[in-house]
Design a protein around this ligand. Structure first.
Ligand code: BGC
Length: 500
């Protein structure tokens, strides 16, 4: 080999070495980056851990806070609001009733025909419309005019179809799913907004009066016979189908629960008399807080950036409005540690689709990352990582909701701690069949969430007790239940709730 040839060979070898060196360097640096991403995941898993011992602490904290919220006004972050619903629908309700449902992603109008026997809903028609975003943060009048005009169009169509005159008086249940301080079953004052609504001039106002004024402006003759929270509608429908239903839970855009409480346990309202001896209490559990909740830096940041910081802490760990945002924040952090994702945004329904992708090469995850989050060419192991993040966040949410449910059962003595059915040992303390009605998109449409929640209830209660507890999905309780409550309240001439 001549000198020149030798030099060329050395140069080529050097170049080859340099290329190989860069490749090795890249591999080393990408391995390092991947390691950092895995650290982020591990840290998330640890931060979101909900072993059964911790869940039991949350159960106890829920029960304690329920007592405190019932003992005095403002005694707990759980507001434990009176609903003035003392009798749940019996099944004898008959006739045509209407419901308006405001509080989720859609505004809905329903007409429900009741047949006069338990579980005899003859028919129900629903119309739903997305709530224009500007109305969620605009003025009271505009929101209620929108509601009244959608209702007007609904009854105008009905009138042309059935000869039902527009000016005929209609009885209606209004589902308004925000914290309301009720003054009767059909009146109440908005305490604060949640779930992204923020109409300043509405806080402190009488909700039904705002609606009635809008009806009058639109020439409608409507009697609002019941003002209800969506949980209360769900409980009403649950109880209509199954008289053992004692509580209801919503896990959708927001989250909350209500249950039937003995009036003598509502200490903050002494002298409250009802014919049934009980009353439905709207817990507003979205605002529950306890130091036992597994809070991560993502939760802290999400809260600080939200329109309602230091508020609705439980809701921000559980409900659909926030889970996707937590996932987005985790993925963003992973992106800062490495460049595996690039800039991203994420929403909860996509999160469910990614999480539930059971194809071997995660094609749905790939599609969502590519088409919606505009992140291309994501290798399988990174797709798996995205699924892991969804899993950790969802599992924590579902297990905390389960602890909330068992907390209610504990408060009303249905958690088996007084002993269970059988036997010679404690024949006096029977664990009664206990039904909890559940609704909301996260529970209904997100199979993994549902599985984790159901599983955690059994884990906390133990299998023997859990056999007596039935979590029952109701369909459209927030709407149909409000119509049922309008029916039971319009047929009663005498108000059965009295304050002494
Ligand atoms: C509201 C509750 C409602 C729940 C579910 C929460 O944000 O404060 O009143 O029941 O969402 O819709």
């Amino acid at each position: 080999m001549g000198r020149a040839a030798a030099a060329a060979a050395v140069l080529a070898a050097a170049a080859a070495c340099a290329v190989a060196g860069v490749a090795v360097g890249r591999r080393v640096s990408s391995r390092r980056k991947w390691g950092r991403v895995i650290d982020v995941l591990k840290e998330l898993e640890e931060g979101c851990d909900t072993p059964v011992g911790r869940l039991k602490q949350v159960v106890d904290a829920v029960a304690v806070e329920m007592h405190a919220g019932l003992a005095s006004e403002g005694g707990s972050k759980l507001r434990m609001l009176l609903t003035f619903v003392d009798n749940l629908p019996s099944g004898r309700e008959k006739g045509t009733f209407y419901a308006l449902d405001l509080g989720g992603t859609y505004f809905r109008v329903l007409r429900v025909q009741l047949g006069g026997q338990r579980s005899s809903i003859l028919s129900h028609d629903v119309e739903r419309q997305p709530i224009p975003e500007h109305l969620m943060t605009g003025r009271t009048k505009d929101l209620f005019d929108f509601i009244a005009s959608v209702f007007k169009q609904f009854v105008e169509r009905e009138e042309s179809g059935s000869g039902y005159p527009l000016d005929r008086r209609r009885d209606l249940g209004f589902t308004f799913s925000f914290p309301v301080k009720q003054t009767s079953v059909s009146s109440g004052i908005l305490m604060k907004w949640t779930k992204g609504f923020a109409i300043e001039d509405m806080v402190g106002k009488e909700v039904v009066a705002c609606l009635q004024e809008a009806f009058t402006r639109n020439g409608l003759d409507v009697r609002v016979a019941a003002l209800v929270n969506d949980t209360v509608g769900t409980l009403a429908l649950g109880h209509y189908h199954d008289a053992d239903t004692v509580a209801a839970v919503i896990i959708g855009t927001g989250t909350n629960a209500c249950y039937v409480e003995r009036t003598d346990a509502i200490i903050k309202c002494q002298g409250l008399l009802t014919t049934s001896g009980g009353m439905v209490v709207n817990m507003e559990w979205g605002n529950f807080w306890s130091s036992h909740l597994p809070r991560t830096s993502y939760d802290v940041d999400l809260d600080a950036d939200s329109p309602n910081p230091n508020d609705q802490g439980f809701e921000k760990m559980i409900s659909g409005m926030y889970l996707g945002e937590i996932v987005r924040r985790v993925i963003l952090r992973m992106t800062l540690e490495s460049d595996i994702f690039g800039p991203v945004s994420s929403k909860t329904p996509l999160m469910a689709a990614m999480h539930e992708d059971d194809s071997p090469d995660l094609t749905e995850v790939e599609r969502i990352l590519r088409d919606i989050l505009e992140v291309r060419d994501v290798p399988l192991k990174v797709r798996k990582l995205a699924v892991n993040v969804c899993d950790v966040v969802t599992r924590r949410a579902a297990r905390l909701a389960a602890a909330g449910i068992v907390g209610i059962l504990k408060k009303i003595g249905r958690d088996g701690s007084g002993g269970i059915v059988s036997g010679r040992s404690r024949p006096d303390t029977r664990m009664r069949r206990t039904v909890v009605a559940i609704e909301g998109g996260l529970y209904t449409n997100y199979g993994m969430f549902r599985e984790y929640l159901n599983e955690a209830v059994v884990e906390i209660l133990g299998e023997e007790v859990a056999q007596h507890v039935i979590l029952r999905e109701t369909e459209d309780g927030s709407g149909i239940g409000a119509a049922l409550l309008a029916a039971s309240n319009s047929s009663r001439n005498v108000d059965t709730v009295q304050m002494l």
